[in-house]
Design a protein around this ligand. Structure first.
Ligand SMILES: Nc1ncnc2c1ncn2[C@@H]1O[C@H](COP(=O)(O)OP(=O)(O)OP(=O)(O)O)[C@@H](O)[C@H]1O
Ligand SMILES: [Mg+2]
Length: 261
């Protein structure tokens, strides 16, 4: 799908992840929805959205040890609770997008996907391609999935994005998060951290990329970068907190944060 853009809205921006509250960050979510809507009015392109979890997913997943595989009965309850919580967040995200005039629809990964040792091994995309082809905006998310080896595992949005980018032959991946890009160390912990405009195999090892300052069961920033480095499609990490960046990125501007090549 030639012009397809896959946009990941980080849990760190659409929820109150920093405060550890399973609440939507309404102000940011509504602004992002408006920016996406404005971009789509100026230019036609197929768009898939994947959103992260914030406390809606990371907190119950951690409480029930869902990232450790299936070990006891209690985790089945945890699966149900965590999935249901992500469904609520997914509903709220789609609702915000719809209010901004976008034809978005909920897309549930756990009902079609299978992991093997935390790697996606089965995720049929025929319906998804049809949905994109008629101009709808499917909105998927990080979810709890059946895992062939571990019983259950977490599908991180940061894993789903490159998987789909490759399978659907996307033109670009845009990752939106609560920092301006990748820094040489965690900017939330080091005020002198320097933004790195481009990451490639030559400089990746010199950077101190940590996980997340908040609860994150799927590896935070480190995992994001590792997954994107393996992908042979252009990707960029940008900030959602600076108004206008998401719209600019969707309309084709580059070098707004950190480009990963
Ligand atoms: N070197 C680094 N550069 C930039 N951010 C870093 C770095 N090291 C660690 N981080 C942390 O990564 C965080 C972003 O990753 P995180 O996984 O928390 O966000 P997210 O993916 O948007 O949320 P979610 O996983 O809920 O979708 C930043 O808030 C920052 O604290
Ligand atoms: Mg994360």
């Amino acid at each position: 799908m030639a012009e397809l853009i896959i946009l990941k809205l980080g849990g760190s921006v659409i929820t109150k992840k920093g405060e550890g509250k399973a609440e939507v960050n309404k102000e940011v979510l509504e602004r992002l929805a408006a920016e996406i809507s404005e971009a789509r009015k100026e230019k036609e392109f197929p768009l898939m959205i994947v959103h992260g979890a914030g406390p809606f997913g990371h907190v119950p997943a951690k409480e029930y040890g869902l990232h450790e595989g299936l070990k006891d009965e209690r985790q089945i309850e945890g699966f149900s609770i965590t999935h249901h919580s992500m469904e609520k967040l997914n509903f709220l995200v789609v609702e915000a997008l719809r209010k901004a005039g976008l034809n978005a629809m909920e897309f549930q990964p756990s009902s079609i996907g299978i992991l093997r040792n935390e790697e996606l091994v089965h995720f049929p995309t025929e319906a998804l391609e049809g949905i994109l082809n008629i101009g709808l905006i499917p909105v998927a998310y990080g979810d709890v999935l059946v895992d062939e080896k571990k019983g259950i595992s977490i599908l991180s949005g940061d894993h789903l994005v490159p998987y789909l980018a490759k399978k659907l032959n996307a033109s670009r991946v845009i990752i939106v998060t609560d920092v301006a890009g990748i820094f040489d160390s965690n900017p939330k912990e080091n005020k002198d951290a320097k933004l790195i405009p481009e990451i490639n195999s030559g400089n990746i090892d010199s950077l101190n990329i940590g996980s997340s300052t908040s609860t994150d069961v799927t590896g935070g920033m480190q995992r994001k970068v590792r997954e994107l480095m393996r992908l042979e499609i252009e990707s960029e990490i940008i900030s959602a907190l600076e108004p206008g960046l998401v719209k600019k990125a969707l309309l084709g501007e580059r070098n707004l944060g950190t480009v990963i090549t």
